[in-house]
Design a protein around this ligand. Structure first.
Ligand code: AMP
Ligand code: ZN
Length: 486
């Protein structure tokens, strides 16, 4: 059984019963709360996705591993999880305010492509594919997630802006349609943003017609490029896509919304203002935010050049799951400092874990039994996703004599389901008995033994290379050749 089919059979077997309790820190209240979904047994979850003008960096990937850990925890507690990660494929301005060069335009320039909607889409699709492959490398199951492209939801974004206009939350300026934040009671409630500081600030406004510095663009006109709308040719503002796609794909009221903490102040408060003004209902019940990944004491970010990618990890011949392991070593709400030495440390630890798990798999014959430590692991994860504690419990118990191999295997199964570290099928060399090897390999092995017996070492080496080319390695031991698949 693959882990994904196991995931489903486990999840389905528990949906008939009440899901287990999970506690999560909600940015809305600033405290840890018991999770209660709107519909019994179903969790609706939205995560702000990347702007695909280049590959996602490892800081972005921290945000998606965190969201995946949350989704896995919900799934194994007994929820059906419906997930969306949007793909921003146009017009995402460089800064949270409404000024700065557009990221996609920057991407087109970098690649020497002419500015057009078609080229924007092509660039976006290229980097969306890279993004999805990165997620897969990190054991994030993309089949269970919808990835809507913002450019496929223009009509929905226009409709939402029209609703806001009809309800009196929008006003027209020569620089576009703006959201009137003063009209929305409780604007800035997420994370307790101090609006008076913003209002009194001396920021020079790009658009002098704005009624308040916090007001933000809903539709930005463009004389040459964009989509037709009641406000002329142009682009939707970048906050509106999340409100529109979340509403279209998950409904007006959802359970969970995730993102990095940089999105709290502006982007997520703006999403709330748009969605709640339009629907008159609570947009999101649980807001969860991950802290930054830092490097050299500064936030990992493309704009500053303080950046690394999954491609760099692979180039250094470090397994991508070592990065996942590295992320899990920190709690999602705590800043995490990345360095190549630290990642190599995680790679070594994960390798040791894989070896230990294989040994226990052999001893237990992969039969599992419940144990008190398995409950402890689940309790840690269901207490605001305490992954560092979960890893601690796992290591400590697997090394201890207190548990039988079967109890340890039970713990490994649950740890694997939640942590996504390929523990059940570690990507390690696997010893294969000669009889189980494909016939062709068996022939080559016999040929090599014959050559060795007649001291024809050149031929023996040639046959060893042939075997390696076919994905097997031979080592000579006292009891004869040992075959491993790699
Ligand atoms: P963006 O494409 O900038 O919207 O980022 C995609 C996601 O990654 C968002 O949820 C961001 O909050 C998150 N993010 C960006 N930089 C970092 C970082 N250095 N550490 C953790 N999360 C980040
Ligand atoms: Zn968003």
């Amino acid at each position: 059984m693959t882990w994904i089919s196991r995931l489903f059979s486990n999840a389905q077997s528990v949906t008939s019963t009440k899901p287990a309790s999970i506690f999560l820190t909600n940015t809305l209240s600033g405290s840890k709360e018991l999770f209660i979904s709107q519909q019994p047994g179903i969790a609706l979850m939205y995560s702000c996705g990347p702007t695909v003008y280049g590959p996602a960096h490892i800081g972005n990937l921290r945000a998606y591993v965190f969201a995946d850990t949350l989704a896995r925890t919900l799934l194994f507690a007994g929820y059906r999880v419906k997930r969306v990660i949007n793909i921003t494929d146009f017009g995402h301005l460089v800064s949270d305010g409404d000024e700065g060069e557009d990221k996609m335009t920057k991407g087109l320039k970098r690649e020497g492509l002419k500015l057009s909607l078609e080229n924007m889409r092509a660039l976006a699709e290229r980097y969306s594919a890279v993004f999805l492959t990165d997620l897969e490398e990190l054991n994030i199951d993309i089949k269970d997630i919808r990835f809507p492209r913002a450019s496929d939801y223009i009509a929905e974004q226009i409709a939402l802006i029209k609703t806001l206009e009809e309800k009196g939350y929008a006003y027209q300026t020569s620089g576009g349609v703006y959201y009137d934040t003063a009209r929305f009671l409780g604007y800035g409630k997420l994370g307790g943003i101090d609006l008076s500081a913003q209002r009194e600030g001396t920021r020079i406004e790009a658009n002098k017609e704005k009624r308040s510095p916090a007001d933000f663009v809903l539709w930005k006109p463009d004389s040459k490029l964009g989509w037709e709308s009641p406000w002329g040719l142009g682009f939707p503002g970048w906050h509106i896509e999340c409100s529109a796609m979340s509403r279209s794909l998950l409904g007006q009221e959802i359970d969970l919304h995730t993102g990095g903490e940089d999105h709290i102040a502006v982007h997520h408060n703006n999403e709330i203002a748009q969605s709640e003004a339009a629907s008159g209902r609570t947009f999101v019940h649980y807001w969860l935010h991950n802290a930054f990944l830092t490097m050299n004491n500064d936030r990992v970010a493309k704009s500053t050049g303080n950046v690394a990618y999954l491609a760099d990890v692979l180039e250094k011949k470090i397994h991508p799951l070592a990065l996942r392991y590295f992320f899990l070593q920190g709690h999602y709400r705590t800043p995490l400092s990345f360095s190549w030495e630290a990642l190599e440390g995680s790679a070594e630890a994960l390798n040791r874990l894989w070896k230990l798990v294989s040994e226990i798999g052999n001893e237990s014959k992969r039969k599992s039994e419940p144990s008190e430590v398995r409950d402890r692991l689940l309790a840690a994860l269901r207490d605001d996703l305490a992954t560092p504690q979960a890893l601690g419990i796992l290591w400590e118990s697997l090394r201890s004599d207190e548990y039988t191999p079967e109890e340890k295997w039970g713990l490994i199964e649950d740890a694997d389901a939640h942590l996504g570290l390929s523990l059940l099928n570690p990507p390690l060399p696997v010893v294969v008995s000669q009889k189980e090897a494909p016939e062709e390999i068996q022939h080559l092995l016999v040929g090599r033994e014959t050559a060795r017996a007649s001291k024809d070492f050149a031929e023996a080496d040639r046959l060893r290379d042939e075997i390696e080319k076919r994905g097997y390695r031979v080592e000579d031991s006292e009891s004869g050749p040992k075959l491993t698949s790699v």
